[in-house]
Design a protein around this ligand. Structure first.
Ligand code: DGY
Length: 327
C-alpha cells in the first residue's frame, strides 16, 4: 500500500524475533533490529532508541523515567509479553508514551504449561527420568516414585486473570478438581460458574490447596507474596507452581521448604533474578525447573510478536494502540 508522505516512523526491535514479523514492520517503518539476540545494556538500548518512534521489547528491558527522558522522540513501547513489570507505568504516563502488552494470545498455551508443570512436579516426572537415564532402574516396585494425586484434588489459584481462569477450567473440567481461587477482585458469578471456581481468602487458599498455581502479575505488593510464613501454612503434601514471575516467591525460602519437605514439590518456570537460579533450588530433587517457557509454542510466540508489531503499526500509522496498558 501507498505510504503517506513524510518520513517513515523509525522502530527498534530490541531482541531477535521472527523474520516474518520484522518484514511486516519493514512494510511501514524504518526498522533497526538486534540480531545478536543478546540483551543490550540500558545505555546501549538508550543509544539505539535515539530517533526511534517506537520499540518492540521482550518484557525484560526496563522502561523508566531515565530512559524516557533520554529518548524524547519515543511514543510507544510494545512488549511481546503479557507481563509488563518492566514498565514504570507512571513514568510512561508522565512522558505521554503508550505501553502495550500481548494479552489473550498466550492464555491457553500458558495454561497448558501450567498443567505440564503441575503434573510433572506432582508425578515426579523429571526426577524419575533422571533416575532412569542414570541407569539406576532395576525393577518395578510398589512405591517407586509414588507421587501426589492430581485428579479429584483441590486446585488453588492465586491471581485469577485470563490465565488463572484457563487453568481453573482445565482443573475443573479435565481433572475433576475442586477449584479455589484468591484474587483482590472477585469474579462475577457467571465467570465463576464457567470456571467452577470458588473465591476464598488467601489463608484458606494456602491451607486447603493440594496444588497451588501462581498466576498473578509482579507488582511491589506481590513481592515475596509466597515466603516462609505462607509455605508453612500449606499442606506438607502440597505442590506449588509458579508460572507468573520470579520475585513473587521467595526462592530461598522455597528451596528450604522443599529441602525440609515442608511441601512436597514445586514446578517453577520463573525465578528471582533469572536467568540465575537460586542454588538451593538446583540442589533439591523435588522441583521441576524450566527456563521461562510457559508461552513457548511456535504459533503462540509468533502470535505474541505479531501482536506487538500490530500495536506498533496501529499506533504509529493510525494513532490507536490495540492493547495499551496505560492512557
Ligand atoms: C509473559 O508474556 O509475560 C511471559 O512471561 C513471557 O513468555
Amino acid at each position: 500500500t501507498q505510504q503517506a508522505a513524510g518520513p517513515r516512523p523509525a522502530v527498534l526491535v530490541a531482541r531477535r524475533i521472527f523474520a516474518e514479523t520484522v518484514e511486516r514492520l519493514r512494510a511501514h517503518f524504518d526498522v533497526e533490529t538486534n540480531d545478536a539476540d543478546e540483551e543490550w545494556s540500558q545505555e546501549e538500548l538508550i543509544r539505539r532508541l535515539q530517533g526511534k518512534d517506537g520499540a518492540l521489547l521482550t518484557g525484560t528491558q526496563r522502561v523508566d523515567a531515565a530512559l524516557l527522558e533520554a529518548c524524547p522522540r519515543l511514543r510507544i513501547v510494545a512488549n511481546m509479553t503479557v507481563g509488563y513489570n518492566n514498565f514504570d507505568v507512571a513514568a510512561l504516563d508522565a512522558a505521554g508514551v503508550v505501553g502495550t502488552n500481548a494479552p489473550d494470545v498466550l492464555t491457553e498455551t500458558t495454561a497448558d504449561f501450567g498443567f505440564a508443570l503441575l503434573l510433572a512436579a506432582a508425578r515426579r516426572l523429571t526426577e524419575s527420568e533422571r533416575f532412569l537415564r542414570a541407569g539406576q532402574w532395576r525393577r518395578w516396585s510398589v512405591d517407586l516414585f509414588a507421587g501426589a494425586e492430581v485428579h479429584g484434588t483441590t486446585l488453588g489459584i492465586l491471581g485469577m486473570g485470563r490465565i488463572g481462569q484457563a487453568i481453573a477450567r482445565r482443573g475443573a473440567h479435565g481433572f475433576g478438581m475442586r477449584v479455589l481461587y484468591h484474587n483482590r477482585r472477585r469474579l462475577d458469578a457467571a465467570t465463576e460458574a464457567a470456571c467452577r471456581a470458588t473465591w476464598v481468602d488467601k489463608d484458606t487458599l494456602l491451607r486447603e490447596s493440594d496444588h497451588l498455581v501462581l498466576v498473578l502479575p509482579y507488582t511491589p505488593e506481590n513481592h515475596h507474596i509466597i515466603g516462609a510464613a505462607e509455605l508453612a501454612r500449606m499442606k506438607p503434601t502440597a505442590v506449588l507452581v509458579n508460572l507468573a514471575r520470579g520475585g513473587i516467591v521467595d526462592d530461598a525460602a522455597l528451596a528450604e521448604a522443599l529441602r525440609q519437605r515442608r511441601i512436597a514439590a514445586a514446578g517453577l518456570d520463573v525465578f528471582e533474578g533469572e536467568p540465575r537460579v537460586h542454588p538451593g533450588l538446583l540442589e533439591v530433587p523435588n522441583v521441576v525447573l524450566t527456563p521461562h517457557i510457559a508461552s513457548a509454542t511456535v504459533p503462540t510466540r509468533r502470535a505474541m510478536a505479531d501482536l506487538a508489531a500490530d500495536n506498533l503499526i496501529a499506533f504509529l500509522t493510525q494513532g490507536r494502540a490495540l492493547t495499551p496498558v496505560n492512557q
